[in-house]
Design a protein around this ligand. Sequence first.
Ligand code: SF4
Length: 208
Amino acid sequence: MHTCCAPCSVYCVDSLRAENIEPTIFWYNPNIHPFTEYKVRRDCLKDYAKMINAKLILKEEYGLDEFCKNVVGDISNRCVNYCYPKRLAETVKYAVENGYDAFTTTLLVSPYQKHDELKKVCEKLAKESGIKFLYRDFRVGFREGQEKAKALGLYRQKYCGCIFSEEDRYKKEITRAGDAAWGTPGGAPATTGEDAAAGPARRDYASF
Ligand code: SF4
């Protein structure tokens, strides 16, 4: 099971175990930035896997440079065009090479992800690889999983992972700061073109 972080894995693991399915937790998330955030999420997952006695595979890869190069042409569609396929293709590769009969992902638990597009990415990979995609709409247990994660004291991140989603986290604040700097709440820059260019960028990114 591709696993993005410990809190999201809580409901997925619990519900699969309730079906007598024992998932192997597979960490592969080169989308998480900066490195300090990558480490804290990975280490929390290590602790959690130990806590619940689950098998954990860590596929380490970090690279802000590589990620940005691959999404810069279409930042708004970065999740579907690059981030999901990249992480899930690696998961499927590992599953095929190591004799697993199915794969899934904890990304299916999040109501903030593009669920239908994510499902399509998984279905395509299943078709290409011949390995089964274990689809579950884990979103029904999102709140329950988050509550349990909180009770267990797991680190709960404030943004999806990439540097663009980190910007989304502060979008309102950035917009307010821009309005204050420009002196025109919600409006266009009131000063020269040069001043406006120096102000914060306003972009319409997919939000987490
Ligand atoms: S918002 Fe999340 S899923 Fe989308 S590209 Fe960034 S890290 Fe990946």
